[in-house]
Design a protein around this ligand. Structure first.
Ligand SMILES: *Cc1c(COP(=O)(O)O)cnc(C)c1O
Length: 488
């Protein structure tokens, strides 16, 4: 397979003296001298079309949900409706100064107030802080709430229990808040082993961090018993709700005995994410934890006006400048309002149906870690490929040749050679079929022509690279490349 030849070569673009539009005479005079570069930058000289082509060519190298299927388990890469972008761009939201006083930001505060109520209704919990900027930030907030609550009871427990299937941010957040971490095993059914939990929990336990559905895509059906074990020992139950895509309008964490929950608006509620961009990880709490929430909170006064309440003496303090990532909050609110309660319920039903459809189509192609009805995602174990000298990541690389973003690989870590597949509600059935067909073909190749898989991808600009080095020493700046002889 060869790469397409392109006439445009961004490395050799530009000729001395070529330029874009000249700024009007005198326009540069207003720029303070210290902001002007003494020397021109060492960049190719290009005209406006050259600049546009350069960035357009680069954008074609980037993969996103707007290009194709993105079955990244646990990450819920769903379509982000364009209307959300339009609403977030309204000047009243996008142009608001972060420090604007409440009387000038009534619209934004009103939206935040309603978003909090909507998230309370969805989760069955009492109050929500919108400040945390990501899931991991929400977890950290949750762990600070654990501490504050225990201190208020005159307790100082030392550890938090985390299942072996947990997202890596869970133990990290507990440790960052000063807790030791104890690991509770999953049983052969992929669910938390309640007996093991009962053995390791004692009066020194601050609580449990649990993902439900767990990272195997399975619903922890003993959640009430699990919560009781922790509560009876004096601990609290934290739920990692980064991904609520299976539960919307179907089950509420508050009814399951959960005390603290974070949600990733950038996963479940269709706001863009990835690449380190802004997210939001609101934290919902049961009534007894509400006094400790970050301040300020958004409140409504008797006349229907909105204000920020700083007078919260038990608060753990502020977790984000201004009001959090407000643009993300606007998009999520727009998604929730556009769908309404029934629409959200349909989101979850469709996501769960899609995942189970795909699971059924892949049965017999690759072993499924726990082959029974799943929630919004499921996990394959590709350990048999080791006989061919192949790994799960080889299948991921080969999938890229089919124009698909690879699923999550190597997580959860309690499944060998895992591939975690999530199918959000926005994917049509024919896309699921094409994806299943691709995996079926790759399984055949792995058996008959394993080189085809181990040397993939064959169609991308860059094939296999040293991934550890690419992360540690990223090469992000344009550098001139010596001109090559086209005959080479
Ligand atoms: C994504 C995710 C997180 C972390 O969320 P970030 O916004 O990336 O910090 C935590 N737990 C689970 C289960 C997740 O899927």
């Amino acid at each position: 397979m060869s790469r397409a030849l392109t006439i445009y070569d961004h490395q050799s673009a530009g000729r001395p003296g070529r330029r874009g539009p000249e700024p009007p005479a005198g326009a540069l005079a207003d720029i303070p001298a210290h902001l002007l570069r003494p020397e021109p930058p060492q960049l190719p000289e290009v005209d406006e079309l050259g600049v546009v082509r350069h960035y357009t060519a680069l954008s074609h190298r980037t993969y996103s949900i707007t290009r194709g299927f993105y079955p990244l388990g646990s990450c819920t890469m769903k379509y982000n409706p364009a209307i959300n972008e339009m609403v977030a761009a309204l000047p009243g939201f996008s142009g608001l100064h972060p420090d604007a006083p409440a009387e000038y930001s009534q619209g934004t505060l009103e939206l935040m107030w309603h978003l909090e109520r909507a998230l309370c209704a969805i989760t069955g919990l009492y109050r929500v802080t919108l400040q945390p900027a990501a899931g991991a930030h929400g977890e950290f907030c949750g762990m600070l709430l654990f501490r504050a609550w225990h201190r208020a009871q005159g307790r100082n427990p030392t550890y938090v229990v985390v299942p072996d299937s947990a997202h890596g941010t869970n133990p990290a957040s507990a440790a960052l808040a000063g807790y030791q971490v104890k690991v509770v095993r999953s049983g052969p059914d992929g669910l938390v082993d309640g007996n093991h939990l009962a053995e390791i929990v004692d009066a020194d336990c601050a609580g449990l961090m649990l993902t439900n559905p767990n990272t195997l895509g399975l619903f922890e059906r003993d959640i009430r018993r699990i919560a009781n074990i922790v509560h009876d020992a004096g601990g609290l139950v934290y739920m990692d709700g980064a991904n609520l895509n299976a539960l919307l309008g179907i089950a509420r964490s508050g009814d399951m005995g959960v005390d603290v929950l974070h949600m990733n608006l950038h996963k479940t509620f269709a706001t863009p994410h990835g690449g380190g961009g802004p997210g939001a990880g609101p934290v919902a709490v049961a009534e007894r934890l509400a006094p400790f929430l970050p301040r300020p909170t958004v409140e409504r006064d008797a006349d229907g006006g909105f204000y920020l309440d700083y007078d919260r003496p038990h608060s753990i303090g502020r977790l984000h400048a201004a009001h959090g990532n407000v643009g993300v909050l606007v998009r999520a609110y727009c998604y929730i309002v556009a769908l309404g309660g029934n629409g959200l319920c349909r989101v979850s039903r469709t996501a769960v149906l899609s995942a189970n459809y795909l699971r059924a189509r892949l049965r017999g192609v690759f072993p499924i870690a726990h082959d029974r009805p799943c929630m919004h995602e499921f996990v394959l174990s590709l350990r048999n490929l080791r006989e061919q000298g192949l790994h799960a990541w080889d299948v991921c690389k080969r999938l890229m040749d089919f124009g698909v973003h690879p699923p999550t690989v190597g997580f959860p870590i309690n499944v060998p050679e895992s591939l975690m597949i999530e199918t959000p509600e926005t994917e049509p059935p024919e896309m699921l079929d094409r994806f299943a067909d691709a995996l079926i073909q790759i399984a055949r190749e792995a058996r008959d022509t394993p080189d085809m898989v181990s040397s993939a991808p064959h169609t991308t600009v860059i094939g296999r690279l040293d991934e550890a080095r690419a992360v540690r020493q990223p090469d992000l700046c344009w550098k001139p490349r010596p001109q090559q002889n086209p005959e080479d």
